[in-house]
Write a protein that binds this ligand. Structure first.
Ligand code: NAP
Length: 291
């Protein structure tokens, strides 16, 4: 099928490449156009603007944050202007609950459809077409783009008719990942200071009660100190904790762990720099323990 793809960062580039590989006709656009070059060489069409990408009738967006998505949505060259009536915008970025609700209304005003489909999985999962897609919106609209989801992911979860539900689930998921990393970092620091090899402890824990992928994937990163190059940068992680906090305020749901995660992310960025992986909160934990 024909689709536009806006946002060719670490995630978007890999997702668009898989759409091209699966035989879809993809109109790509990125703020920094050089990131589209190899995709065009592989068969994608270069769109001159987000509006032109959206004229395909179906457009996926994968941008860094709320402001970036707003920038490609608005104006004469934006997605809202380019998408024809009956067209569908699939928003895959991790954005705020509030912006997702606003987008639902803006598209409806123009007779356009909107599906929120944030994804779980790091860039390596994106490259391997192994993402998990968390989709919410009208059933028929999700069915319309299922072939695209099949090309980028291993499974699509449907989370109901309200698109913002998917954004909420994505923020909850990232909050839980950070909690798992924080818990492992604290436990490994404690064990390490007591003379226990973190790798040995991780083998026991992941081989018994903690057999979930989040513990083995991030546990290995912590054991091997693989904080660069970042799969997911600490500033983007901080953005997600802030978005979870905003939704928690809107919905009146206290989340006291969030404050700890936010401060450790800030500390990791301040000490290590903007390019470090979000799992580098472990370095903040270690530093506070004198390591
Ligand atoms: P990234 O590599 O930093 O890419 C960000 C993209 O947003 C780039 O295409 C960038 O364009 C574009 N962008 C930023 N500001 C813009 C603006 N003002 N106007 C237009 N375009 C703008 O980020 P990523 O890792 O691909 O993440 C993308 C989204 O996926 C984020 O919402 C992130 O939270 C989410 N996510 C990431 C992961 C992960 O592990 N990385 C996993 C799941 C979900 P330029 O190329 O011109 O800078």
């Amino acid at each position: 099928m024909e689709a536009g793809f806006v946002g060719l960062g670490a995630m978007g580039h890999a997702m668009a490449a898989n759409l091209v590989r699966a035989g879809h006709t993809v109109r790509v656009w990125n703020r920094s156009p050089q990131k589209a070059e190899d995709l065009v060489a592989a068969g994608a069409k270069l769109a001159a603007s987000p509006a032109e990408a959206a004229r395909a009738g179906v457009v996926l967006t994968m941008l860094a944050h709320d402001d970036a998505l707003r920038d490609v949505i608005e104006g004469d060259d934006g997605v809202l202007a380019g998408l024809p009536p009956g067209g569908l915008h699939v928003s895959a970025s991790t954005i705020s609950y509030e912006l997702s609700q606003a987008l639902e209304a803006r598209h409806a005003e123009r007779g356009q459809a909107y599906v929120a489909a944030p994804v779980f999985g790091r860039p390596e999962a994106a490259r391997a077409a192994k993402l998990f897609v968390a989709a919410a919106g009208a059933d028929d609209q999700i069915a319309r783009v299922q072939p695209l989801f099949d090309a980028i992911g291993q499974r699509t979860f449907r989370l109901g008719e309200r698109p913002s539900a998917a954004n909420l689930v994505k923020l909850c998921g990232n909050f839980m990942i950070m909690c798992a990393v924080e818990a492992m970092a604290e436990a490994m620091t404690l064990a390490g200071k007591g003379g226990v090899e973190p790798k040995v402890m991780l083998e026991l824990l992941t081989g018994t009660l903690f057999g979930a992928p989040v513990y083995s994937i991030y546990g290995d990163i912590l054991v091997e100190d693989r904080f660069r190059p970042a799969g997911f940068t600490a500033p983007l992680g901080l953005k997600d904790m802030r978005l979870a906090g905003a939704a928690a305020e809107t919905l009146r749901a206290p989340m006291p762990f969030l404050g700890v995660l936010r401060d450790h992310l800030l500390q990791a960025i301040a000490v290590e720099g903007e390019d470090v992986d979000w799992s580098a909160i472990a370095l903040a934990v270690r530093r506070n323990a004198g390591i």
